[in-house]
Design a protein around this ligand. Structure first.
Ligand code: FAD
Length: 488
């Protein structure tokens, strides 16, 4: 079976798509990612930052992930000049094109899909090809009784589909227009109270069937199905066309050259100046302009600011005047799923052939997926891990967990990104908690004074995906353009 017939997204789900990614110089692109004030290799970073502080900008964007860069590009299209301040030494945030075992890899988000209109349009606009891999996967390793069973992929997919599809009974009525999640307020009020675990409980599944799907719901939630809102996954199902196949297929494509290739093209087009290694600590809105203060004490001013950092980071920035409680409480509770690690590894000796593993909630590794065969005879795989106690940088620890599912398998080495502990993400993909969508969500999508917000975490459509980041960047740029026109 072609491996793009099954799939996953993010964590708990089951991605099977492998990509023939052109091994363009991902790292070199990253190293050369800065434009504008940071472009000159010879120019000292401090000089560049000082120069930026004295230049007149219409808008300062905080954060150079997909949401922030999209906002800057949109503002340029409206004739506004933008400065981007980024905490890290690279662009991309929760997308991170890196390299491992001589391969280009995505340590964060990587998959895009034609059902995701915003990011798909960007790829077309900048002529970035989408890539997929036609490799095959033999088996699915599934929980069975107290252990695991190796099941031919077609049989396993049919079984998962039959258990998973009823989880979404009624979603067509709940989200008849997937990009307008509030269209059915009465139904939504009830549904948004449910955690994914509540919905699983309603289904009264057998122990084995429960284990078939709670790895997905628990994984998306950041470790426990009790944390994630049912409406989060239900809306993704609706956006995918209300079918298992539609939902499965959203992880089929990657971007040629990696996510950084598209983002770099957008950044270059934005004409924005970018300062890297510049974490923002304070944002002061005087009513007539905004001052952004970095951790190192440097001030930048502009008429407007777009805060394009993850929601989980809002609580780490001092806003003056203070943000209303809706913003602070959501940031404290968190939208970005906790505990998320993405692990790349080289494996050999698989008794299950090429396989996907979909263990149950609570197992130290979540979905485990083959990416491609390597010329040294090993297989490049990646896995998600929601267990903060597993030291995934230690190959023998990962191996002993993997061997519980596939006896004899060997892990040669690993490369890990722990998003939950990363100070500039404090979590992985967005997964709202029960009550957030019907509660503070519409408020936190709005600007406060001269400060607007952009991130996939507050998107109306594909929140939790690159597409949602692009959508949110477009929205924030519109909000600021309207404000700028009214305050001129
Ligand atoms: C492991 C993983 C797998 C995923 N898989 C997929 C997938 O396959 N497909 C998909 O579509 N999506 C996927 N996602 C989700 C997707 O990556 C995100 O939704 C998207 O990248 C978020 O973009 P953003 O711009 O909203 O936020 P971010 O990418 O987090 O960007 C925010 C930026 O703000 C910066 N920042 C933070 N604090 C400060 C500060 N104080 N001062 C200045 N800058 C600051 C950060 O460094 C960062 O660059 C995945 C995410 C993860 C973690």
């Amino acid at each position: 079976m072609k491996n793009d017939q099954i799939h996953d997204q993010h964590s708990g789900t089951r991605t099977a798509s492998r990509r023939t990614v052109l091994r363009t110089a991902g790292a070199a692109v990253l190293a050369a990612s800065a434009t504008g004030v940071t472009a000159g290799v010879a120019r000292a970073a401090a000089d560049a930052a000082s120069e930026a502080a004295s230049r007149p900008y219409d808008v300062i964007v905080v954060g150079a992930g997909y949401a922030g860069v999209t906002a800057a590009r949109e503002l340029k299209d409206k004739g506004l000049k933008t400065l981007i301040l980024e905490a890290r030494g690279r662009i991309g945030g929760r997308t991170w094109t890196s390299d491992y075992a001589g391969q280009l890899i995505e340590l964060g988000g990587g998959a895009v899909d034609p059902k995701q209109p915003n990011v798909w349009a960007e790829a077309k606009r900048y002529n970035i090809a989408t890539v997929t891999d036609g490799g095959t996967i033999d088996n699915y390793v599934l929980p069975s009784g107290n252990g695991f069973a190796v099941v031919p992929i077609a049989d396993a997919s049919a079984r998962i589909k039959s258990v998973f599809t009823p989880f979404f009974d009624g979603v067509q009525q709940l989200f008849p227009q997937p990009y307008q999640p509030f269209a059915q307020p009465a139904l939504l009020n009830d549904a948004d109270k449910l955690s994914m675990q509540d919905r699983l409980d309603q289904m009264r599944l057998s122990a084995d069937d429960l284990k078939l799907i709670n790895g997905t719901t628990g994984g998306l939630s950041g470790g426990s199905s009790k944390r994630g809102a049912y409406t989060m996954l239900a809306q993704s199902w609706a956006l995918s066309g209300y079918t298992y196949e539609g939902y499965q297929s959203i992880n089929t494509y990657g971007l040629q050259g990696g996510t950084v290739a598209l983002l770099q093209a957008m950044l270059t087009d934005s004409g924005a100046d970018l300062v890297l290694n510049c974490p923002v600590a304070k944002i002061t809105d005087s009513g007539s302009g905004v001052t952004v203060t970095t951790k190192s004490g440097k001030n930048y001013t502009a008429p407007h600011v777009i805060v394009a950092v993850p929601v989980n980071l809002w609580k780490t920035i001092t806003f003056s005047p203070a943000l209303p409680s809706e913003y602070t409480s959501v940031s404290t509770a968190g939208i970005g799923a906790p505990n998320v690690k993405k692990i790349f590894m080289r494996v050999t000796n698989s008794s299950a052939g090429t396989f996907i593993a979909g263990p149950q909630e609570g197992f130290p590794l979540s979905t485990t997926i083959p990416e491609r065969q390597l010329s040294d005879g090993s297989t490049l795989m990646f896995a998600f891990c929601l267990d903060p106690t597993l030291d995934a940088t230690n190959p023998s620890k990962v191996q002993s967990v993997l061997q519980q599912m596939v006896p004899g398998i060997k892990v040669l080495d690993t490369k890990v990104q722990y998003w939950g502990a990363d100070p500039y993400s404090l979590g992985g993909w967005a997964c709202r908690q029960p009550g957030m969508l019907t509660g503070p969500y519409r408020t936190i999508q709005q600007p406060r004074g001269r400060v607007a917000f952009a991130t996939s975490d507050i998107a109306t459509g594909w929140s939790g995906y690159i597409d949602g980041a692009v959508e949110s960047g477009i929205t924030a740029a519109k909000q600021v353009t309207t404000l700028a026109a009214s305050t001129r």
